[in-house]
Design a protein around this ligand. Structure first.
Ligand SMILES: NC(=O)c1ccc[n+]([C@@H]2O[C@H](COP(=O)([O-])OP(=O)(O)OC[C@H]3O[C@@H](n4cnc5c(N)ncnc54)[C@H](OP(=O)(O)O)[C@@H]3O)[C@@H](O)[C@H]2O)c1
Length: 258
């Protein structure tokens, strides 16, 4: 039976993906560190939708976590036909003040773990000529964002990785999508130390991201911008100088004077 594996499923956008995919009848593997939260969510989804929901606690900051997840799925004979790389973190502020351990953690979770999971799960999808990957990137990945320098760089990585995989895997009918949300109301901003009152863009609900991602995935899109404003901002970059686009993204984020 096919399963959808969601990282970052304990809260926020990942939890919203879990709720929506369970509603659509998918069996799930939930991955994050907060085991209790995921067990509660799993019980709720099993009771409400009758789907099989597994919980696998993993700290994606550990380099071997992706292979442990893969081995668990293989040993349990869980056929992962949809991988949602949603786990991510950030830290607001100037790059020069970023604590070194945060620097490593942001790169490991946002880039390395996502890339490793793609590498581990993609071959079986290609062999089966079905399934795919949704990578949760960010509007911030379209250019450097002053005040979120490393975070925006990790999301650029995820966008370009997804774009190349979209073409490579597309030859075998496997879909790969990067979803690029703007600011979303999940508690993520608080956790990153980003004062939301400084943000000069609307903040949307997680459901907008999930619905747009699923629609985009079904329509074999390469990138998806969840709101019209996200799409307009992305398109308008074509007419702006690079320096202006970067300054503007810093202005919208409202963390430091750009
Ligand atoms: N919120 C926004 O404004 C926004 C905008 C654009 C893109 N995004 C992206 O959307 C994704 C989800 O964000 P969100 O808003 O839902 O954030 P969130 O509410 O903070 O959720 C982040 C998720 O990532 C998991 N995670 C973080 N570090 C982890 C680690 N070391 N190991 C395993 N799991 C880890 C967390 O689970 P545990 O803490 O339980 O491990 C949690 O489930 C992220 O990739 C983020 O970059 C968010």
């Amino acid at each position: 039976m096919p399963y959808t594996l969601i990282t970052g499923a304990s809260m926020g956008i990942g939890e919203t993906f879990a709720l929506e995919f369970a509603r659509r009848g998918h069996n799930l593997v939930l991955v994050a560190r907060s085991e209790e939260k995921m067990q509660l969510l799993a019980s709720e989804l099993r009771a409400k939708h009758g789907t099989d929901v597994r919980v696998f606690r993993a700290d994606l900051n550990d380099a071997d976590a992706p292979s442990r997840i893969f081995i668990y799925c293989r040993d349990q004979r869980l056929d992962i036909d949809l991988l949602v790389n949603c786990a991510g973190l950030s830290r607001a502020g100037e790059f020069r003040q970023l604590p070194p351990d945060k620097l490593d953690e942001i790169m490991t979770v946002n880039m390395m773990a996502a890339a490793r999971l793609c590498r581990l799960f993609l071959p079986a999808m290609i062999l089966a000529r079905s399934g795919g990957i949704i990578n949760v990137a960010s509007l911030g990945g379209l250019q450097g964002v002053p005040g979120l320098a490393l975070y925006s760089a990790t999301k650029s990585f995820l966008i370009t990785l997804s774009e190349a995989l979209h073409i490579e895997a597309g030859k075998s009918r496997v879909k790969v999508l990067a979803v690029c949300p703007g600011f979303i109301d999940t508690g993520f901003l608080d956790r990153t130390g980003h004062d939301a009152s400084g943000i000069r863009l609307p903040i949307y609900g997680a459901d907008k991201v999930v619905q747009a991602a699923i629609r985009g995935f079904e329509n074999k899109r390469i990138r998806v911008f969840p709101t019209l404003l996200d799409a307009v901002l992305s398109f308008s970059q074509r007419f702006a100088s690079r320096k202006f686009a970067v300054r503007l993204s810093g202005y919208f984020a409202g963390i430091i004077r750009a």
